[in-house]
Write a protein that binds this ligand. Structure first.
Ligand code: UD1
Length: 338
């Protein structure tokens, strides 16, 4: 039996593919490469030392998915494929809802047809209602501020209802906090298109000199240094969480939501300072106004992952800063190169 990984050429998907192979799983990957690069797949194969089937198509294409499920014996699906830029989702809500809901529902329909009933879903801490008590646990109130977040929350709902209606289904909704870092080899990592929106890619490109300076969005939050606090998690720890989630889905039915975070909050300036210190580089920055939609503090209660999956983040902030920088230095222009 193979694990189907959708969006396997993406940032979290590519790291998870390597981890899955290292843990003895056979994988089949589908990605339309609309926001990722074929090189990521080549490097995953190189790192894992193993070949696997790769298909380039959009997961909304039910006929192609159907063929894939006919050809391969799929036991479980890990669904990463989707649109993920918060700002863009506000400008293009229809595209975000159509794509993120359609991929998930098409997958479920095809899975049902082929009697596949284990689904690991790539969700986000963004589903928690702003203003929630921190550390935030899975039973906190849900609610979003942008179409990207709502698309994740609606998919969570759809999957939960499917698992309720059909008691053979196992659904694990993994709510990621802020993934950063890269594979220790520096061969795969985060490769955002255009100017990065997220903090760490912005920092690495600034350290490299590709961007002039970082804007720190607000220093008047109610946090230890006034800048926003988040729960940054190493992408390799996150990848391991998916391996553990498969094991859980093999042994349990129904739908469950699980946070994947470290439970530790670091501020923007904590990250900048650690990055400079660990890597011996400068990250020029200015204090800028708050970014719309940001909150002061978000970090996870990660107890459920430990209890149910036996999972815990192992990497620390230094590892995350070092690995993010190694990837950026070795791939100054990302996968596309010059
Ligand atoms: C964002 C998304 C979240 C998504 C996640 C993916 C929002 C409101 N949330 O989380 O839904 O799942 O990315 O990783 O967009 N910062 C700066 N300067 C920058 C960039 C960021 O100061 O140039 C600060 C932000 O204000 C924040 C922290 O760095 O305090 C982290 O920002 P970011 O990496 O964008 O992640 P989130 O906003 O937490």
């Amino acid at each position: 039996m193979s694990i189907l990984v959708t969006g396997g050429a993406g940032y979290i998907g590519s790291h998870t593919c390597v981890k899955l192979i290292e843990n003895g799983y056979d994988i089949v990957v589908v990605d339309d490469l609309s926001n990722s690069h074929i090189k990521a797949i080549e490097r995953v194969k190189e790192l894992a030392g193993k070949d696997f089937p790769f298909y380039e198509f959009d997961v909304c294409d039910g006929n192609k998915l159907d063929e894939l499920f006919t050809k391969h014996d799929i036991g479980c699906v890990i669904h990463f494929a989707g649109f993920k830029a918060v700002g863009e989702s506000v400008e293009k809500p229809l595209e975000y809802y159509s794509n993120n809901l359609k991929t998930t529902m098409t997958l479920c329909r095809v899975m049902k047809r082929h009697n596949v009933n284990k689904f690991i879903f790539s969700s986000s801490a963004t589903v928690y209602k702003p203003g929630s008590q921190m550390p935030v646990s899975e039973d906190a109130e849900l609610g979003c501020t942008n179409p990207y977040g709502w698309s994740k929350l609606i998919c969570e709902r759809i999957l939960t209802d499917i698992a309720y209606a059909d008691d053979t289904w196992s659904v694990v909704l993994l709510r990621y906090f802020n993934p950063i870092g890269a594979h220790e080899s520096g061969k795969i990592g985060e490769d955002p298109a255009g100017i990065p929106n997220n903090l760490v890619p912005y920092i690495t490109q600034t350290a490299l000199g590709r961007l002039e300076k970082l804007s720190v969005f607000g220093n008047d939050y109610d946090t230890h240094d006034g800048t926003g606090v988040r729960d940054y998690i190493h992408v390799q720890d996150l990848a391991q969480g998916h391996v553990d989630a498969i094991r859980y889905a093999d042994e349990n039915k129904g739908a469950i939501a699980i946070n994947l975070g470290t439970g530790i909050g670091y501020s923007v300036l904590d990250i900048v300072n650690a990055f400079e210190k660990v890597n011996g580089v400068k990250v020029p920055y200015v204090i800028a106004p708050r970014r719309e939609g940001d909150v002061a503090t978000v970090y996870a209660n990660a107890n459920k992952a430990k209890e149910l999956l036996g999972w815990e983040a192992k990497k620390n902030l230094e590892d995350m800063c070092r690995d993010s920088w190694r990837w950026q230095k070795q791939n100054p222009k990302g996968y596309a190169g010059e």
